[in-house]
Design a protein around this ligand. Structure first.
Ligand SMILES: [Zn+2]
Ligand SMILES: [Zn+2]
Length: 253
């Protein structure tokens, strides 16, 4: 399984403003910067997009992506999201005012996107992957993802505060290799992290202890303003299985 945390900034000092992962080139987990990735032809290799929650940093360029790939890859792209996310995308984004009503629209008989409503507890099979959806603990309803193929499993919890179920399930998942976990705010902003239901480096390390399997934890979603401080606080724990995820790098598991 090949996983890339897509870049979302310009210039040499890379920061993460938006969240999207590419899995094996054909599945996207979130669409923060997906519509800015390479060329429309390369974007069209993405056949399935999963959106974890309604926050803008996780779907910001989905409208651009859908324009780019319309009619490029045969069948339309499938958008997988919970009822609450789909309702927000219909009312707030694809509403005929901010952007065309792509979730319903057809052009010359062809849909812009197929929509699949997903819910916690479900497992979806796409592109040779089994993707299990687990509710995590964020300020809005949010789905985390357990991705499995025949060789490896990877957990992407998305945005979350301290949580339980996804770690219990991760521990029961054979071939678990990696977790891409958020570490948004530095330790001195723990109060803000509590209110916004994000993790600090101290909280991140506590979550690591909830998984007994030997896996690598990649820190993601570091606040663009405080990424050096967050990274330093994480690395101060000197845990060999804790790494800061690189942008644009294809991690193979
Ligand atoms: Zn969020
Ligand atoms: Zn976020």
């Amino acid at each position: 399984m090949k996983i890339t945390l897509l870049p979302s900034s310009f210039g040499a000092d890379a920061r993460q403003h938006l969240t999207s992962y590419l899995v094996n080139g054909s599945v996207a987990i979130d669409a923060g910067s997906l519509g800015l990735y390479q060329t429309p032809a390369e974007q069209a290799a993405v056949r399935h997009v999963f959106v974890s929650h309604t926050h803008l940093d996780h779907w910001a360029t989905l409208p651009v992506f859908l324009i780019n790939v319309f009619d490029m890859g045969g069948a339309p792209v499938t958008l997988h999201a919970s009822e609450i996310v789909l309702e927000s995308l219909r009312q707030d984004v694809f509403n005929g005012r901010v952007w065309p009503k792509f979730l319903e629209m057809t052009h010359e008989g062809r849909r812009f996107v197929n929509v699949n409503t997903i819910a916690a507890g479900q497992t979806v099979q796409v592109e040779g992957l089994r993707i299990t959806l687990v509710a995590v603990d964020h300020v809005v309803p949010t789905l985390g993802f357990i991705l499995e193929d025949n060789a490896a499993a990877v957990v992407i919890p998305s945005d979350t505060a301290a949580t339980t179920e996804i770690w219990q399930r991760a521990d029961l998942t054979p071939n678990l290799k990696a977790v891409f976990l958020e570490a948004t705010l530095p330790n001195n902003l723990a109060g803000l992290a509590d209110v916004t239901k994000h993790l600090t480096p101290a909280g991140f390390v506590k979550e690591m202890q909830k998984v007994s399997r030997p896996v690598t934890f990649f820190a993601v979603h570091l606040s663009a303003r405080a990424k050096d401080q967050v990274a330093a606080e994480l690395l101060a724990h000197r845990l060999p299985n804790l790494k800061i995820a690189d942008f644009g790098k294809a991690y193979e598991f």
